[in-house]
Design a protein around this ligand. Structure first.
Ligand code: NDP
Length: 483
C-alpha cells in the first residue's frame, strides 16, 4: 500500500500513474504530446543547470561556526564579535578559480575561501582566497586577467602565451605569481591551507571610531601541499580528491578548524605606511602589525544537498553588517558590484531569499517581486518608503562612519609602484629546497611560451625581486638576463 510519503507525484502534486512508459499511440508510438508528465520531466531536466560561475566554478562547501576568543568591542560593534564565547553559524565554500565545474581539484591555482556568517544583524560574507594578495589591484583589469586564465577563443585550449604575456605586462601580479608557483600553489587538501580576507576592511566600534583590518584564517591542520607529480596523478585518477576529502573528514567527525586572526592598523597609519595598505597585491608585514587571535572556525556539518547549498550559495564582499565596512581598495570596490551582479544573473534577483543565503535574522525590505519569489512577497504590507503606515524604518546609528577623501576624480594608478620588494621578501624566506622547486615550477610553466620577448620581460621582474630569482629562472629557460 502506498503512503503519502512514497507516492510519486508530478511537480504540481498530482499522483503519477506511470513513470516508466510514456503515453504513445499504440505500443510502437509515436509519443503523444498530451503526456504532460513526460513534457514537464524533460523540460525540467533541460533546466537543471544554472549558469556556471565564470570564476570559482568548482567548489566544495560545509557548515560550521565561528567562536569568538577575544574581546573585540573596542574595535568593532559587529554583533558576531560582541562577546567572548559567542558562536555564529556559518557556511564556507572552497573552490579553484580558473577551471570549469567538472575540472580537477589538484591543479595549481589559488583557492577561493568564502565564508558566510549568519550573524544576528544580517549576513556577513568574507569572500577571500587561500592567498593574502591578488594578481591585480584594480577591478578594471579583472575581465582581461580572467580571459588569460581561460581558454583560447579559437582552439579552446589553455594558453600559456596569454597567461605570461598578461603577467609580464602587469608586474603587480609578481607577488601572487610567486605564491602560486611556490609549494602552497597546490594544497594537500582544503583543510591544510590558510584563508585570507585579502582586502583591507574597516572595523568601527559603537563610538564610531574605526581601524583598518585584515583577516587571516590559520589552519589548525597545518599547511600541507602536494608535490606536482602527485597532484598530476590525482588529477587523472580522482579529479574530485579535495571535495571528497572534505566531505569524508566531516562525515567521520574529524572536523577541520582554523584560528581566525586579524591585523589591526590605526586609520592614520594608512597615510604613512611604506606600502599602500589598500593595495591588494601587498601584505601588511606581520612584524609591523602582528596577528591577533580573535576566534576559531570549525566546520562540522556537510551539506545535505550539493545544488541547494553549495551551488546556490551566493557570496559577495558587499554583504556587510554594522561594524564592518569597506576600504578604498580598488579591487574590493569593483567586487562590491561584480559579485552581487554575478549572482543576480546566475541565480536570480531573489538569490538572497534562498534557504542557504537567507539571513537567520529578520529581513524587512521594500523589495518586491522578481523571478522565483519563493516567500509571500511581503503579502499586503506597505511596499514603499517613506510611508505613514508604520513600515520598517532606517536606523541612523547604522550609517557607515564617514571618512575623508581628497584628490581629483581621475583614472590613476596607486601612488606606490614597488612591485618587487614583497615578492623578493617571500623568495628570501623560502628554504633552498623551496626555491629550487619554485624555479622548477616556473620554468615548467613558462617553457611552452612561444615568444622569448614575453619570457625575458617576466625574467626581468623576477630579477628585480631578487637577482638570484631572476638568474635561476633565466638559466632554467636557457636565456640570459635582459639588460
Ligand atoms: P613574516 O615572517 O612575519 O611572515 C611570513 C609569512 O609568510 C607567514 O605568514 C608564513 O606563513 C608565510 N609563508 C611562508 N612560506 C610561504 C609560502 N611558500 N607561500 C606563502 N606564504 C608563505 O613576514 P612578513 O609579514 O614581513 O612578510 C614577508 C613575506 O611573507 C611577504 O612579503 C609575503 O610575501 C609573505 N607573506 C606575508 C603574509 C602577511 O600577511 N604579512 C602572509 C603570507 C605570506 P606560515 O606562518 O603559515 O608559515
Amino acid at each position: 500500500m502506498s503512503t503519502e510519503k512514497n507516492k510519486l507525484t508530478t511537480s504540481w502534486g498530482a499522483p503519477v500513474g506511470d513513470n516508466q512508459n510514456s503515453i504513445t499511440a499504440g505500443s510502437r508510438g509515436p509519443t503523444l504530446i498530451q503526456d504532460v508528465h513526460l513534457l514537464e520531466k524533460l523540460a525540467h531536466f533541460n533546466r537543471e543547470r544554472v549558469p556556471e560561475r565564470v570564476v570559482h566554478a568548482k567548489g566544495a562547501g560545509a557548515h560550521g561556526y565561528l567562536e569568538v576568543t577575544q574581546d573585540l568591542t573596542k574595535y568593532t560593534k559587529a554583533s558576531l564579535f560582541s562577546e567572548v564565547g559567542k558562536r555564529t553559524p556559518l557556511f564556507v565554500r572552497f573552490s579553484t578559480v580558473a577551471g570549469e565545474s567538472g575540472s580537477s581539484d589538484t591543479v595549481r591555482d589559488p583557492r577561493g575561501f568564502a565564508v558566510k556568517f549568519y550573524t544576528d544583524e544580517g549576513n556577513y560574507d568574507l569572500v577571500g582566497n587561500n592567498t593574502p594578495v591578488f594578481f591585480i589591484r584594480d577591478a578594471i583589469k579583472f575581465p582581461d586577467f580572467i580571459h588569460t586564465q581561460k581558454r583560447h577563443p579559437q582552439t579552446h585550449l589553455k594558453n600559456p602565451n596569454a597567461v605570461w604575456d598578461f603577467w609580464s605586462l602587469s608586474p603587480e601580479s609578481l607577488h601572487q605569481v610567486t605564491i602560486l608557483m611556490s609549494d602552497r600553489g597546490i594544497p594537500a587538501t582544503l583543510r591544510h591551507m590558510h584563508g585570507f580576507g585579502s582586502h583591507t576592511f574597516k572595523w568601527v566600534n559603537a563610538e564610531g571610531q574605526g581601524v583598518w583590518v585584515k583577516y587571516h584564517f590559520k589552519t589548525e591542520q597545518g599547511v600541507q601541499n602536494l608535490a606536482p607529480d602527485v597532484a598530476a596523478q590525482l588529477a587523472a585518477d580522482n579529479p574530485d580528491y579535495h571535495t571528497e576529502d572534505l566531505f569524508n573528514a566531516i562525515d567521520k567527525g574529524d572536523f577541520p578548524a582554523w584560528k581566525l586572526c586579524v591585523q589591526i592598523m590605526p586609520l592614520e597609519d594608512a597615510n604613512t605606511y611604506r606600502f599602500d595598505p589598500f593595495d591588494v597585491t601587498k601584505v601588511w608585514s606581520q612584524k609591523d602589525y602582528p596577528l591577533i587571535e580573535v576566534g576559531r572556525m570549525v566546520l562540522d556539518r556537510n551539506p545535505e544537498n550539493y545544488f541547494a547549498e553549495v551551488e546556490q550559495a551566493t557570496f559577495s564582499p558587499g554583504t556587510l553588517v554594522p561594524g564592518i565596512d569597506v576600504s578604498p581598495d580598488k579591487m574590493l570596490q569593483g567586487r562590491l558590484f561584480a559579485y552581487g551582479d554575478a549572482h543576480r544573473y546566475r541565480v536570480g534577483a531573489n538569490h538572497q531569499a534562498l534557504p542557504i543565503n537567507r539571513p537567520h535574522s529578520e529581513v524587512n525590505t521594500y523589495q518586491r517581486d522578481g523571478q522565483m519569489r519563493g516567500d509571500n512577497n511581503g503579502g499586503g504590507s506597505v511596499y514603499y518608503e517613506p510611508n505613514s503606515l508604520g513600515g520598517p524604518k532606517e536606523t541612523p546609528a547604522n550609517k557607515p562612519a564617514p571618512y575623508e577623501v581628497s584628490g581629483s576624480a581621475d583614472s590613476v594608478a596607486y601612488d606606490h609602484h614597488d612591485h618587487y620588494t614583497q615578492p623578493g621578501d617571500l623568495y628570501r624566506l623560502l628554504s633552498e629546497e623551496e626555491r629550487t622547486r619554485l624555479v622548477q615550477t616556473i620554468v615548467g610553466a613558462m617553457k611552452p611560451v612561444e615568444q622569448d620577448e614575453i619570457k625575458l620581460r617576466q625574467i626581468g621582474h623576477f630579477y628585480k625581486a631578487d637577482p638570484e630569482y631572476g638568474i635561476r629562472v633565466a638559466e632554467g629557460l636557457g636565456l640570459s638576463i635582459p639588460e
